[in-house]
Design a binder for this molecule. Structure first.
Ligand SMILES: *Cc1c(COP(=O)(O)O)cnc(C)c1O
Length: 433
């Protein structure tokens, strides 16, 4: 079966199963730009912006398995006890395409979403997401009114935030206080009210009738450390902060702290959990490399095809700088994926891809748009054979898979970076297998 065809069919399945019908083309403004269509009174549309099969001419693409995504939500829910699940979908849903991921998770029972940027939150609202959306980055230069207008929940931790939201709220003539979540720095030293400043900030909050603290949050710095003593120290400080806010009359309805690693260790589950990477099938690991869970399923598969194939003599140099030389007469395949697509240049002469169900090493420098693979040991290899860069492949020579962890190790980085790095040049196809 031709893979492109499969995707096209799957995409149609996705749209047909969607209970919200497309309303036709949205109206055009005089400038020609489209008016956002996501208003509660209107039907919701899911058109993952990178999923149009006709857009993919180059055979390099990422397939996102929506059933695996739902499976991972169920695993997260199981570990989270009664806590609500607010999925963290920053950085375009860890590279999977935030709108489609959010729509899938919302319908499968996620209670809310968290993003880093206001831009990311707006993208989710425009994709028709109704669930609460928390904007965690704390950066709203002159866009406070936009936060209110889009019904987003901002994270606040300094006076500038309070000034901005109070002013915007008055300007908009809002009749009710804006719910905000206050972030406390309990030991990560990145964002949040410091423990020294809790009473000072609490007084400022109380002086602002325009905002209401509906949530209190913190973030763990080392939830994947060998033992949980750092997490527990942060949790103790969070309890203390909660009490100190309560003493001056600030009692938020919800508190949250747990990222994926904390969820799987059942630490700090509180009222809401905020996992991210877990949805994408990657378990955080302990320093010794052991995963905190083995129940997750991989969501993304990145595949391409052999677009050129040659036999080279012993001693031939491959690619820029001749960083690999053939030790024997070799078959070298070229695949159209390079570092501009998110295939790290660190994989030069390292790492593998799958061809016909068997591993083949990446040889020579990964270049911007292409890379070479030594397929000498792949029997019967030919042009247009599928190359799997990430995920599984079943082929005539066997079946194997390349994990995000494996790529991360070769690149001396973490799985989070590997997933976010898959660039927008690689179209995402959403599949309901
Ligand atoms: C990224 C992030 C998360 C999710 O972390 P994972 O390790 O991907 O589960 C949770 N909270 C905050 C504040 C984050 O920045």
């Amino acid at each position: 079966m031709v893979a492109g065809r499969t995707c096209e069919k799957d995409q149609r399945v996705l749209e047909k199963n969607d209970s919200f019908l497309p309303p036709g083309d949205p109206p055009l403004t005089p400038s020609g730009s489209q008016i956002p269509v996501a208003r509660p009174s209107e039907p919701r549309v899911l058109r993952p912006r990178r999923a149009a099969p006709g857009d993919a001419i180059r055979p390099t693409r990422a397939e996102v398995n929506l059933a695996a995504l739902r499976h991972n939500l169920r695993v997260v829910q199981k570990y989270s006890g009664g806590a609500k699940v607010w999925a963290v979908l920053k950085a375009d849903g860890y590279g999977h395409g935030a709108p489609a991921v959010a729509r899938t998770l919302e319908r499968a029972g996620a209670h809310g979403f968290c993003v880093a940027l206001l831009e990311e939150a707006i993208e989710l609202r425009e994709a028709g997401i109704f669930a609460p959306i928390l904007v965690m980055g704390g950066y709203y230069p002159n866009a406070h009114a936009e936060v209110i207008h889009r019904n987003l929940i901002p994270v606040v931790y300094n006076e500038e935030h309070l000034d901005g939201f109070s002013r915007a709220s008055r300007l908009l003539g809002s009749s009710r206080a804006l719910p905000v979540h206050v972030k406390v720095d309990t030991g990560m030293a990145r964002l949040g009210v410091t423990m020294d400043n809790i009473e000072g900030f609490a007084e400022k909050l109380k002086a602002r009738g325009e905002v209401e603290v509906s949530g209190l949050m913190t973030h763990f710095g080392s939830a994947d450390a060998e033992n949980v003593s750092d997490v527990e120290a942060q949790l103790l400080r969070f309890e203390e902060a909660t009490l100190r806010f309560a003493e001056v009359g600030i009692r938020p309805q919800v508190r949250h702290a747990a990222n994926s690693a904390a969820v799987f260790r059942k630490e700090g589950l509180l009222d809401i959990v905020r996992p991210g990477i877990a949805f994408f099938g990657v378990s955080p690991t302990l320093p010794d490399g052991s995963p905190l869970t083995t129940e997750l399923q991989t969501v993304m598969r990145v595949r391409s095809e052999i677009v050129d194939l040659r036999t080279v003599h012993e001693g031939s140099a491959i690619g820029y700088g001749g960083l690999w030389r053939a030790k024997r007469p070799s078959r070298i395949a070229t695949m159209p994926m390079g570092y501009a697509d998110g295939l790290s240049r660190h994989l030069t002469n390292r790492g593998h891809v799958l061809v016909r169900g068997k591993r083949a090493p990446i040889v020579g420098a990964v270049s911007m748009d292409m890379s070479m693979v030594d397929v000498t040991d792949i029997e019967g290899v030919s042009m247009r054979d599928e190359v799997v860069i990430l995920g599984g492949q079943e082929g005539v020579l066997g079946s194997d898979s390349i994990s995000v962890d494996e790529i991360a190790k070769h690149c001396e980085t973490i799985p989070w970076e590997v997933l976010c790095a898959i660039s927008r040049r690689v179209p995402r196809f959403y599949r309901e297998p």
